[in-house]
Design a protein around this ligand. Structure first.
Ligand SMILES: Nc1nc2c(ncn2[C@@H]2O[C@H](COP(=O)(O)OP(=O)(O)O)[C@@H](O)[C@H]2O)c(=O)[nH]1
Ligand SMILES: [Mg+2]
Length: 351
C-alpha cells in the first residue's frame, strides 16, 4: 500500500541529506564518524582558500566554515530548491492534487530552511519529522471519529453511502456491517440501489453471509422509500445502525445527484459517507467534491488501497473536501477494512 509514495518521500529525505552534506557543495569528505570531529572539520576549514570570499548569504566563507566546524551552519533555501522541485514533481506524478503538493512543499521549505546541518548530520530526525508534519497537515482535517459518533448518537444511526459504480460501495457496506456487528451493534442493510439489475441479489448475498437483515424493494422503486422503510424497521426492532446503499449510476449524472438530494431530504441520514477507489487518484478527489455538493458528505472511505501504490487520493482527498478519510478498504474480504488513523499512516509512510 502506497509504496511509491513512500519511496518518493524517502528519496526527498536522501536528496536533502546529500545536498546538505557539505556547506560548499561538491566535497563529501567531511568526517562524521570521528569523535573529535570538530577539530577535523576546523582543519578542513583552515585549509579553505580565499577565506575572505563572501557567499550569497553575506557571511564570509571563513565565518561559515567556523560555523560549520561547530555544526551550526543552516540549510539554505537554495540547497532545498532542487530536492523540493523533485519532490513536487514526483507527488504530481503520483496523482496528488496540485494544491496539496504545493502545500506539502511549502511547509517543508518553511520547516527545513534554517535547520542546522548538525541536526541533519547527527542523525536527528529533522527531515523525517518535517515530512511527517507536512503530511499530517494535509490529511488530518479533524471532523468526526466514526466509532465515537456511532456510540454517541441516538439509535438508529442511519448512514448513507454515495459514490460511483464499481468503486466498492456495496462491498464496503458489507464490511462495515461486519465491523459494527463485531462491536456489538445490531445492523440492518437497505438497498437504495434500485436502478441496477442484480443489486438486490448482490446485497442479499452479503446479508446472508453476515447474518444481517436486508430491506429491499423491487428494482425501479424509490430508493428514499427503501431507506425510509429500513429506518422504520430499525425503530420497531431496536436495531442500532441502518447502512443504506445507493445507485452509483442513473440515466444521467443530474438524475443521480437529484436522487441523492431526495434521499437526504426524505431520510435525513445521520451520516453520509462517500466511497471511492484509492487507485482513482485525482478522479476520486474530483468526484468527492461533486458528491459533497449534491448530498453533503461527513467522511470518506477509500477502497482498493491494497492495489494503490501512489497514495495520491489518500493524501489529497481530505484537504480538498475538508472531510476526513474514515476507513481504507484493503481487500475483498469482509475483514479487509482498516480505520484510517492519520498519525499511523504518516508513521508508515515516513518510517
Ligand atoms: N482489492 C480490493 N477490491 C475491492 C475492495 N473493495 C471492493 N472491491 C472489489 O471491487 C468490485 C466492485 O465492488 P462493489 O462493492 O460491487 O462496487 P459498487 O459498484 O461501488 O457497489 C468487487 O469485485 C469488489 O470485490 C478493496 O478494498 N480492495
Ligand atoms: Mg453497488
Amino acid at each position: 500500500m502506497f509504496d511509491s509514495l513512500k519511496e518518493t518521500l524517502g528519496r526527498f529525505k536522501d536528496d536533502v541529506e546529500a545536498e546538505t552534506d557539505d556547506p560548499e557543495s561538491g566535497s563529501d569528505d567531511v568526517e562524521t564518524d570521528d569523535p573529535d570531529g570538530a577539530d577535523a572539520a576546523s582543519e578542513e576549514a583552515t585549509a579553505e582558500p580565499a577565506s575572505n570570499a563572501v557567499d550569497p548569504e553575506g557571511d564570509s566563507i571563513a565565518e561559515r566554515a567556523k560555523l560549520f566546524a561547530a555544526g551550526q551552519t543552516k540549510i539554505t533555501a537554495e540547497e532545498l530548491e532542487e530536492p523540493l522541485e523533485q519532490l513536487e514533481f514526483a507527488l504530481l506524478e503520483g496523482d496528488v492534487e496540485m494544491s496539496v503538493a504545493r502545500d506539502i512543499v511549502e511547509q517543508l521549505r518553511e520547516e527545513l530552511v534554517g535547520t542546522t546541518r548538525a541536526q541533519v548530520k547527527t542523525g536527528e530526525i529533522v527531515i523525517q519529522e518535517a515530512i511527517g508534519n507536512a503530511l499530517l497537515d494535509v490529511i488530518d482535517v479533524g471532523g468526526m471519529e466514526f466509532d465515537e459518533e456511532i456510540a454517541a448518537r441516538e439509535k438508529p444511526v442511519t448512514i448513507i453511502f454515495t459514490g460511483v459504480n464499481g468503486v466498492g460501495k456495496t462491498t464496503t457496506i458489507a464490511k462495515l456491517g461486519r465491523y459494527l456487528d463485531d462491536r456489538g451493534y445490531d445492523v440492518v442493510l437497505a438497498n437504495g440501489d434500485t436502478y441496477r439489475a442484480g443489486a438486490n441479489e448482490q446485497l442479499q448475498e452479503h446479508a446472508d453471509a453476515l447474518d444481517l437483515k436486508l430491506i429491499s424493494h423491487e428494482q425501479g422503486g424509490d430508493p428514499a422509500a427503501v431507506i425510509y422503510d429500513a429506518v422504520e424497521y430499525a425503530d420497531a426492532n431496536d436495531v442500532d445502525v441502518v447502512l443504506g446503499d445507493t445507485a452509483g449510476r442513473l440515466h444521467t449524472a443530474d438524475d443521480l445527484m437529484a436522487q441523492l438530494e431526495k434521499i437526504e431530504r426524505v431520510v435525513g441520514p445521520d451520516m453520509t459517507i462517500f466511497a471511492d477507489e484509492a487507485v482513482a487518484g485525482q478522479d476520486a478527489t474530483r468526484r468527492a467534491k461533486q458528491f459533497d455538493d449534491a448530498a453533503e458528505i461527513d467522511g470518506v472511505v477509500l477502497t482498493k488501497a491494497d492495489a494503490d501504490s501512489q497514495g495520491g487520493a489518500a493524501i489529497s482527498i481530505a484537504e480538498v473536501t475538508g472531510k476526513p478519510i474514515l476507513f481504507l478498504g484493503t481487500g475483498q474480504g469482509y475483514d479487509d477494512l482498516e480505520r484510517f488513523d492519520p498519525e499511523i499512516i504518516v508513521d508508515r509512510l515516513t518510517e
